[in-house]
Design a binder for this molecule. Structure first.
Ligand SMILES: NC(=[NH2+])NCCC[C@H](N)C(=O)O
Length: 410
């Protein structure tokens, strides 16, 4: 039987991808909570859904199987005790302060059908939804400012981040930001309990209980032997080391990890916001991540003398490091916004470098990034544009909104 997960490159023909349709969780965004919930504006739900459906249809038109996280999660929770365990865990990790007990919230959530239960957990529980029968004291009102018993998870449509397939296994990620911490629980339950995945013993290279954070937007598979991981605002050096050690001791194929350090700021939260692979020898890059001489900090991690030690070498040229690990004589870095200071900053903010490759030299991008898109085309890349007015408000592009499950080998 075919392995349910398989990704050994960034650009191999995409066969199965996981998405999450933006839903009611976005209707729970208010100006006060935008920043902690990692948004810059409130998307208009019917339009963001239309744009997302267009994205999904664009992928299907290319013969790609589109799975939805919300559907898989609902299908995974058939067992009654598993549903309870899931709800307990969600409440333990995510219940906001308030005068409602775990038990009342649990009963409320369990009264929903599986699909609605998953949707409700994703969209959050507002305080006015539940009659607790208990009147609040003044000090409780004061402490208890949040309008939610369970906080919404508006970033779920960025399926790239909470988990990432590497080879035939995956990382189920410890998310850096509180707002996204619970997101990786969905994939954990799906992989462990959905029949599509349980038929195989899927290796989990790093799980969400690991102490230090890592997010999928930083995890790029350069080829069947090499992974690039951003050392970023979201991904820690410790998690990269652990992942490298686990990979080197538990499987044979991946032999090196390139840890690429990027500036730690909001606009560049993950490596894929400033760097993606579009063809065998072509990459998008946001020029602002390189120093004046094009220098950066890149560390190549390889198997060391024993299972707990890595061999690490430091490099300063992205181009040279990529050429070496990919065995290329030459390669092209295509600058976001063409390198013009204003166009490049503007388009990077709207994910101009964040391309989703669906085959070598074929990428999906946002239509609004016309300077970057034209430049990609000039370099011979087939660019498939999708609508982006509302989707881009969450600060993520086509790569962030997709989790490749199966790619053909190249
Ligand atoms: N792979 C990515 N670049 N994901 C972008 C995620 C954006 C999301 N609002 C966050 O801050 O987490």
């Amino acid at each position: 039987m075919k392995h349910p997960l398989h990704v050994a490159s960034e650009i191999g023909e995409l066969q199965t991808v996981l998405l999450k349709r933006p839903g009611q969780e976005l209707e729970n965004l208010t100006p006060e909570y935008l920043q902690p919930l990692l948004f810059d504006d409130i998307p208009f739900l019917p339009v963001i859904q239309k744009e997302h459906d267009y994205f999904a249809q664009t992928l299907r038109n290319r013969g790609i199987e589109v799975l939805y996280l919300e559907k898989l999660a609902a299908e995974a929770l058939v067992d009654k005790s598993l549903r309870e365990e899931f709800v307990d865990q969600m409440l333990e990790e995510g219940r906001a302060e308030g005068n409602v007990s775990h038990q009342i919230l649990k009963e409320y959530l369990l009264s929903f059908s599986n699909e609605d239960l998953v949707q409700k957990i994703m969209s959050g529980v507002r305080k006015n939804e539940i009659e607790t029968g208990k009147s609040m004291q003044l000090h409780e009102f004061m402490q208890d400012h949040s309008p939610f018993y369970l906080v919404p998870m508006p970033n779920l449509y960025f399926t790239r981040d909470p988990a990432a397939v590497i080879g035939d296994g995956l990382t189920i990620n410890k998310m850096r930001e509180t707002a996204r911490r619970r997101e990786s629980m969905f994939m954990e339950y799906v992989v462990k309990h959905h029949p599509r995945f349980t038929s195989h013993n899927v290796p989990i290279w790093l799980d969400r209980n690991y102490e230090f954070p890592i997010e999928g937007g930083d995890e790029l598979i350069l080829n069947e032997e090499t992974i690039a991981i951003g050392v970023s605002a979201r991904t820690s050096a410790k998690a990269i080391e652990r992942l490298a050690l686990n990979l080197f001791s538990r499987q044979e194929k991946f032999k090196r990890v390139l840890a690429i350090e990027i500036p730690k700021c909001r606009a560049f939260m993950h490596l894929d916001t400033v760097f993606t692979m579009v063809d065998y020898d072509k990459f998008t890059i946001h020029p602002a991540i390189q120093g004046p001489q094009g220098n950066m900090n890149i560390y190549v991690l390889e198997k060391g003398p024993d299972e707990e030690t890595l061999k690490i070498t430091h490099h300063t040229s992205l181009t040279e490091s990529l050429k070496e690990v990919l065995g290329l004589k030459d390669l092209v870095l295509i600058p976001c916004g063409g390198g013009d200071a204003i166009a490049s900053a503007r388009e990077q903010w709207n994910d101009g470098s964040n391309t989703l490759a669906i085959a070598p030299g074929v990428v999906v991008t946002y239509d609004r990034n016309y300077v970057s898109n034209a430049l990609l085309r000039e370099h011979g890349i087939e660019v498939i544009e999708i609508l982006s007015s509302e989707l881009s408000r969450g600060r993520g592009g086509p790569r962030c909104m997709s989790m490749p499950i199966v790619r053909k080998d190249i």
